[in-house]
Design a protein around this ligand. Structure first.
Ligand SMILES: [Zn+2]
Length: 545
């Protein structure tokens, strides 16, 4: 093939923040074949243009490297965004149990009797609902007596009505599954309808699943939402072969508009680590659009279901320490095997007991099979309880922390309520972590609960101003550069992609977000409101406002 003589695309008259270590700011950038081929002054760069070059006047707007969200559940939740009855208080006026019931009732009225009504609310919505509790089986029965109902509140709590529980075969005699809990009325022992962690799977098994077409549509929908916020790469956690197949098909059909690094979940999933290892898949398999980024597993439950596992019980529930979903021996063995096979591990740990289990498992694997470039991660580490000892272990082993300021931003007030001041006093201690040399990239855990939006997360890291209006541990503010690094340069490192991603420099992928305002020139709390005007992936405009 003949080499192209002219750039495909030139952006000029802008403030192009390379975010490279030199801190270079250019006025123009040229792209050919999906890569950046020149960066510099507007007039010099424009001179490179040929007859077919598309030249765009940025009119003083700012361009930054395309953003990465290092922890999303995009394939899993994209369809939910489109299909489920929406009872989320962040987006609707469902601020009381009665308002949730009204929505379910309205939906049921339009469906034949016996058809499932599947809905989603927001994580920790019980804290914010006027009633200060979730709806239970009886509430749902009253509102929707003739349809099975399932409503989830985040990833860790699902409530079913009597019809749904009956179809799932959940009775007062059903034992709690390992790693899950069926909430029961303390007097009667009857299930209340509220199911936690693995107990949710009993209900989900009988509830209708999205079909394959809906799954594919949901992925396209959610990737477009990402592009609207300047996101060009996501690290997506998948739990079955279906989304993996869907992603491959979308790529072949030319519909994969942003880059995806897959993190197959290998426990509590339809994918076993053994099958990946047997196939010989290692981290990086794939190409610049779709690749294997490693494997994912979850040690403890989620904080939003009060199932994250702590040494000290929850402040508002003195008998609850949370749930461990993988025992230490299984964890050690899985991590060691994946590590030896060249599969990078991303381990979900939220409570301090789970942090220590993750650190122990990594220490075990690295002692048996030393290696420096493993880039293993602990998902949610860096949210709280990063004691000096844990920080030291992270740094010593080179483990990457993937904290989620989005969680603090949306539900930090509810978490404060259940974890207490003491544990939350040093929450999201990003300044301390960076000062001590912790490698840290940002992941949102979105979509589903809230959208993927690194500008919102950067804004929260810089300003520490949370959704409910308070400042959360403001002394741990970090700079705009540092917050961007969590979604650009360090995120690229966390994806083994720093050689060709994360900065706007010659030779790197032409993944660019054009912003209506310069985030480096406005107050931190306003960064979240910046409009993304254009998102370019591989030198092609994939989104334009
Ligand atoms: Zn997650």
């Amino acid at each position: 093939m003949q080499e192209k003589l002219y750039p495909d695309l030139i952006l000029y008259n802008g403030t192009i923040r390379s975010l490279s270590p030199s801190g270079a700011i250019h006025n123009a950038i040229a792209c050919t074949g999906g890569r950046i081929v020149a960066a510099g002054k507007s007039d010099e760069t424009r001179r490179l243009a040929g007859p077919d070059t598309q030249s765009i006047d940025l009119r003083d707007r700012t361009a930054v490297p395309g953003l990465t969200d290092a922890h999303v559940h995009l394939a899993e939740k994209g369809t939910a965004e489109m299909e489920l009855v929406d009872c989320r208080d962040f987006y609707t006026d469902a601020h009381a149990v009665a308002e949730i019931l009204e929505r379910l009732q309205r939906e049921a009225a339009a469906l034949p009797k016996g058809t499932w009504v599947v809905a989603h609310g927001s994580p920790m919505q019980d804290f914010r609902l006027k009633d200060k509790r979730f709806p239970d089986k009886k509430d749902l029965d009253r509102a929707v007596p003739d349809h099975p109902v399932s409503i989830s509140f985040g990833a860790h709590v699902t409530v079913g009505n009597s019809k749904a529980l009956a179809l799932a075969g959940i009775t007062r005699d059903t034992a709690d599954p390992a790693g899950g809990a069926i909430r029961r009325d303390p007097q009667s022992g009857e299930p209340t309808g509220e199911l936690h962690e693995r107990a949710q799977l009993i209900l989900k098994k009988v509830a209708p699943e999205f079909n394959y077409l809906q799954l594919k549509e949901g992925i396209v929908f959610a990737l477009n939402q990402c592009l609207e916020r300047g996101v060009t790469t996501v690290h997506d956690i998948v739990r079955s072969g279906e989304p993996v197949r869907a992603y491959q098909e979308l790529k072949r059909e030319g519909k994969l508009r942003a880059r995806v690094s897959l993190l197959p979940r290998v426990i509590e999933s339809q994918i076993g680590s053994k099958s990946l290892i047997e196939l010989g898949l290692i981290t990086g398999f794939g190409d610049e659009w779709l690749r294997i980024g490693g494997v994912k597993m979850s040690i403890d439950g989620g904080i939003t279901g009060k199932n994250a596992c702590f040494y000290e019980p929850y402040d508002d529930d003195p008998h609850n320490h949370g749930i461990i979903r993988i025992q230490q021996d299984e964890l050690d063995e899985t991590i060691l095997n994946c590590h030896k096979a060249g599969l990078r591990c991303c381990v979900h740990a939220i409570g301090d007991r789970a942090f220590d289990m993750a650190l122990d498992a990594y220490e075990n694997a690295l002692s048996k099979s030393p290696g420096k470039n493993h880039r293993h991660r602990i998902e949610h580490m860096g949210n709280w309880l990063s004691t000096p000892e844990r920080i030291q272990r992270l740094v010593r082993m080179g483990i990457i922390a993937i904290p989620n300021i989005s969680l603090g931003y949306f539900v930090g007030d509810a978490i404060l309520d259940c974890l207490g001041e003491k544990r939350m006093a040093k929450s999201f201690p990003f300044k301390t972590l960076l000062k001590n040399g912790v490698i840290m990239a940002g992941g949102s855990d979105a979509p589903g609960y809230y959208p993927v939006d690194p500008l919102r997360d950067i804004s929260a890291c810089v300003s520490r101003k949370m959704r409910w209006g308070d400042l959360l541990v403001p002394e741990e503010r970090i700079s705009v550069e540092q917050a961007f690094a969590m979604h650009t340069t360090t995120a690229a490192y966390a994806g083994f992609e720093e050689e060709y991603k994360g900065t706007l420099e010659v030779g790197k992928l032409a993944d660019i977000a054009v912003l209506a305002e310069d985030p480096f020139e406005i107050p931190g709390e306003r960064i979240k409101d910046i409009k993304v005007e254009m998102t370019i992936v591989g030198g092609e405009i994939k989104y334009e406002a």
